[in-house]
Design a protein around this ligand. Sequence first.
Ligand code: N01
Length: 504
Amino acid sequence: MNPSSGESGSQAARQVRTAIIGAGFSGLGMARALVDSGDRDFIVFEREPGPGGTWWLNDYPGCACDVPSHLYSLSFELNPDWTRRYPPRKEIQEYLAGMAASRGLDRHILYGNPVESMTWSDSGSYWEILDGQGRRWKAGRVVAGMGGLSRPSRPDLPGLDAFRGPVFHSQQWDHDCHLEGKRVAVIGTGASAIQFVPRIQPRVRQLDVYQRTPPWILPRRDRVIPGWLKGLFAAIPLLMRLDRYRIYWLQEFRVLGLVVSTRLAAWHRYRARAHLRRQVADEDLRRALVPDYEMGCKRVLLSDDYYPALDRENANLVDSPVTQVDETGITDATGRHRPADVIILATGFQATSPVPWGMIAGKGGQDLARVWESGPEAYKGTVVAGFPNLFMLMGPNTALGHSSVLVMIESQIRYINRAFRYMDQTGTTNLEVLESAQQQWNRKLHIRLQETVWNRGGCKSWYIHAGSGRNTTLWPGFTWEYDLRTRRFDKAAFQRRSQSETGS
Ligand code: N01
């Protein structure tokens, strides 16, 4: 990195060709792609003090990924050393730290330095960025790899602020708060809660888990990857790649039960019900844990220890809504008050409003958060009309309900790289997707989404934007279809201006 100064003086804006936001899988993957293509004129802004993105931030007990390790890695950075079928958070973070340290990527990363705001200059053809240290930057292109699940959602529960003990969100785990011997209330029963509940249950005096909607849970069957297999993968990387394909295709076909017909998920429904019957002896508890909506409507979870943890003496599932929090505990809709020493919010993320207000101002100063007020939308989940030279990783409708999001991220990185090459080859300074192309893409997308389990499965999930009722998060098909659609840079969907036209 050698950002040059655009002006003289102490307040001079530094110039850089490409600014990347975030050093998680998206940002590091993009940085790596730039380096591989010989471009080192970029900078990565990372809010946290180290690499990993969501895997840096989320370090609650038991945090792990529910996508198999060999698919939850980048195809150009396969790792023979995964120790388990499902990778623990620490290993993923170390994998990403290793990637950041390779090929000098680290030298481009500004840790502990978020992008506070960025404003498009149409005449100058750059984004003016204000970073967390008050410095200004001019970047010709910005790639936002901020993650769709980075902004915690704090529930608006009456009286929560009055609670006397510690309250923290699963993403901001308070490791200084010792839970031993305490009465702990957990609010929420999603992917995060089911991972940490079994870890804290043996340590606490009393555990009350407040459930609003029971999740569908399948057996996890995690296991250690034996040393001989790791050795074989290291010695013959082709075998590792073949194993990855095997996992990829097994996961890929699951989408049929989500987007074609829920009848195709009958086997998994059967497995989930049998799993519950096998693991929970108490009939009342079992009844409270049966979902009343279609499987897949909310994210299907994997766990072998969540149900048994709830069935323990010191654990209690409360399936009545929280109505009031006071200084000493929580009251549910039946009027019962349960004292608590600590409240843990496992209440998820603001997935349908991923960009804060006032952060990204595009053409004419329009705020992206305002543009997305009635639901985020983009062209191919990557570019947005009115926001030239801004590219997104994991943008609207690129998350998945059935496989590894890294597959989608890689397709996007390739697409962005091709857009960059097109800009370089044609001398393009302003590249902006056409409003009409974006509308057409979204019209077709939402017609497809209408028939999926996410829209028709009878649940309320974070996939759906509350105001519009539209699914603004998921891709409604095979990942290879998305890969095909982003394989070449489709210049007809864009308007462009070159240096001579902008005068920059
Ligand atoms: O959050 P969630 P999460 N009062 O939104 C409840 C990824 N992830 O952090 O279902 C009471 O799933 C809410 O209830 P309901 C993964 O994509 C991945 O667990 O809305 N309850 C729900 O039970 C995942 O989907 C891994 O009725 C309230 C819970 O809080 C995503 O992160 C691991 C409430 C929120 O569940 C989010 O998971 C962990 C309120 N006011 C996470 N508000 C992997 O393994 C919310 N709830 C890859």
